[in-house]
Design a protein around this ligand. Structure first.
Ligand SMILES: [Zn+2]
Ligand SMILES: [Zn+2]
Length: 252
C-alpha cells in the first residue's frame, strides 16, 4: 500500500507544503482535497476516484475546484466525493456558488451520515468507517481496511486528539495512523482553542491506540524549520513516528 503525500500542511500553503491531500493510487482514494490536489494527474492509475472529506474547511476542499484541469489532464469515468451531508451541502452551495467558482464539477456527492461504513476503490476493495472528531464545526476521521491484505489505515486530521477509550478502540492496531500535529507543545493552548493537536497529544494517541506507525500531518505552515513538531519529543512517547512532507511516499 502506498500513500502519496500531496499536501501536508493546514490553513495555507507555504514554499514547501500545500494544504491537506493524500493519494492512494492503486485504489484511487484521495484523502481530503486541499491545494495539494493539483498534483494528482500523473499519479492517477484507476478510472474512478473516491475523495473522502474530513470536513469542509477551505484547506481541505479548495482542490475540488481544480478538478476541471485534473480531469482534463487525466480523465476518469467517475469521481465520488464522500463526507457528512451538511459539509457536502456547504461545499456545493458556497465553494461552487456562481460568484465564487462559476464552473460546476461533474462528481457524485455521497453523504456518509446514515452509513456506518462505505465501500470504496476499484470493485469496492476498501471498506471505510468513520467517526466524529472534536473540531470547530466538527470533522470526521476515516478508518480504511483492505480485505485482501488485512491492512488498516486511520486518517485523523483537524482534531484535538481523542484519548477516549471508544476512539482508541476504533483506531486500535492500525498499521498506519496519519494524525495531525499542527502545533508544538509550547502552543498547546492554541491547539485546544482551535481544535487541533500538539506533539505530545498526537504521540499519545498513537501509543494508546497501539498502532504500528505514526505519520504526523497538517503541519503548521509557519513552522518552516527543520524540526516543525519536536520529533524527539514525539518519538520519546511513540517511537515509530515520522513527519510527513510533500512528495513523501509512505509504504505500509
Ligand atoms: Zn485543516
Ligand atoms: Zn479544520
Amino acid at each position: 500500500m502506498k500513500v502519496h503525500c500531496l499536501g501536508t500542511t493546514g490553513y495555507h500553503p507555504n514554499d514547501h507544503r500545500h494544504t491537506s491531500c493524500y493519494f492512494l493510487p492503486a485504489d484511487g482514494i484521495v484523502l481530503d482535497a486541499g491545494s495539494g490536489m493539483f498534483r494528482l494527474p500523473p499519479l492517477i492509475a484507476t478510472d474512478r476516484l473516491d475523495i473522502l472529506l474530513s470536513h469542509a474547511h477551505l484547506d481541505h476542499v479548495i482542490g475540488l475546484t481544480y478538478l476541471h484541469d485534473i480531469l482534463y489532464t487525466r480523465p476518469v469515468q467517475k469521481v465520488v466525493v464522500w463526507g457528512e451531508a451538511a459539509k457536502l451541502k456547504a461545499v456545493q452551495e458556497h465553494l461552487f456558488h456562481e460568484l465564487i467558482f462559476p464552473a460546476p464539477i461533474k462528481v457524485v456527492w455521497e453523504p456518509i451520515d446514515d452509513r456506518k461504513q462505505i465501500k470504496i476503490g476499484v470493485g469496492g476493495a476498501v471498506t471505510a468507517a468513520w467517526q466524529h472528531q472534536q473540531h470547530p464545526g466538527g470533522s470526521v476521521a476515516y478508518r480504511l481496511h483492505w480485505r485482501k491484505t488485512n491492512k488498516t489505515l486511520v486518517y485523523a486530521t483537524d482534531t484535538s486528539g481523542d484519548l477516549s477509550p471508544p476512539s482508541l478502540q476504533w483506531m486500535k492496531g492500525a498499521d498506519l495512523l496519519m494524525h495531525e500535529c499542527y502545533f508544538r507543545d509550547d502552543a498547546k493552548q492554541w491547539a485546544i482553542k482551535t481544535g487541533h493537536s500538539w506533539t505530545t497529544r498526537a504521540a499519545e494517541v498513537a501509543r494508546d491506540a497501539d498502532v504500528s506507525r505514526l505519520v504526523l500531518t497538517h503541519i503548521n505552515p509557519l513552522a518552516t524549520g527543520p524540526d516543525p513538531v519536536d520529533l524527539n519529543l514525539a518519538t520519546s512517547i511513540f517511537k515509530n513516528t515520522q513527519v510527513a512532507s510533500d512528495g513523501d511516499v509512505i509504504e505500509f
